[in-house]
Design a protein around this ligand. Sequence first.
Ligand code: HEM
Length: 485
Amino acid sequence: PNEPPVVHYWIPFIGSLIELGIHPLEFMRKNREKYGDYYTFLMFGRRMSVCLGVEGNSLVFNAKQSYANAEDAYVHLTKPVFGEGVIYDVPNSILMEQKKMAKSGLSTENLKLYIPIIIDEVNLYLDENWTKDSDVVDIFKAVSEMIIMTASHCLIGPEIRAQLHTGVADLYHTLDASFTPIHFLFEWLPLPSYYSCEAAHKELFKIFSKIIETRKKDVDNKHEDMLDQFINYKFKNGDKLSDQKVANMSIAILMAGQHTSSATSAWTLLNLANNHKLLEETYKDMQDAMGKDLPYPQFDDLKKIPILECLVKETLRLRNPIIQILRKVTQPIAIPGTNYVIQKGSYLLSSPTVTQTDSKYFPDPEKYDPHRWDDFVSVETTNTDNDTPSKDNKASVVDEGDVDYGFGNINSKSAKSPYLPFGAGRHRCIGEQFAFVQIRTILYTMLKRFDFELDPKRGMPQPDYTSMVILPTAPASIKYIRRKN
Ligand code: HEM
């Protein structure tokens, strides 16, 4: 058995970093043509084993816990931001339990209650900030603020939302600044942002602990949010989460959805501004479903406007915010169907964006066309139950239990679907439904009040690949035009 082919590089040690940093997707595609779906490159002394295509995605997402794991790949990046004892700073079985707790704050009943909160927050933001009849603004910055306000208010509750004006939003931003590839690469480097991050985390904990304390005393009032789920969760032995862990879980959940949902909302609005016919069609579909005056939607109303779902799905296909999924290999992994073996100590790297932009599955893949999803909207999909840790005694390196719906079924949640913006397997996203509800409600509320055009001076921004989450290059200028009705 051999190692997958190693990408040729010019500068030893730095390896393929420069090319990867400039345009990672081009780098991955170009080398895929040369070497096939599996190859290795070196980056600051790390061996990165790239696994592409539906089989490569599946190998990484379904890798058995005892062969390759996410915590060793991500913990040094997430721990300073999320704090101790949560997500990747715990054994996998505890992460599974923590995801279960968080999921119970995202039930359909809760999502229904979140919609009016989202509408109010977006309107408040627009009333306070978009006061002119038309203006050019940075749309990524604007939606990021709306996402922080809506997610904090819905999931963590009105108490934390009330403090967002008093600097909590700045503390979030400081934490955010640590979430960069540079922190992934140089875990040994004492970067200044680590220290500001630590300080911001301590400050946030002080604010959260007061809120948690008040909530614990206020037993008569039930709050329908995630914070209550964390406070009241009881382990099998009767123990509850410490206040520190409640706070850290809350911060982790907010951070997981912050850049991903902001980028998705911003790219969707930019694509609408770039194609006015599509924007008009969307507005008309909203009116056809809801009536000319566009009353605010409730949960079931959103289903009557499938174009909103298609727009978000198409953004997640072409501008998937997370283009690199990582795992660290702890036992040699034989790649099925090849004679390659990936060494212990290497990192697995897959990129669902590569299949999502492959013409084999999506004709004319670079075209932003929400109508390619017309036959796939509102299919009620239930999350495959990934909460059960796998039986690790099996020899196979791939977890079983995920149903293969066939490569052609782009709506499937199997790890073998070419469309996996929310991942698959044990680490699959728990925030998908919330993100869809949040983003569609934000879009509806903004489109009801404003029309959009691209800034003629800047046009359509290119993706910025230097952050962990792929954002539009700043400033993501857009022109808003107030509707007169
Ligand atoms: C995991 C994408 C929004 C919470 C993931 C993963 C992806 C992803 C690709 C898998 C990572 C991996 O396998 O290494 C997205 C996208 C979002 C989004 C594209 C928005 C458009 C959210 C929101 C929340 C959230 C709103 C919380 C409310 C999580 C959590 C995990 C996760 C807790 C699990 C991490 C794990 O098990 O390792 N997400 N996410 N995400 N996401 Fe999301």
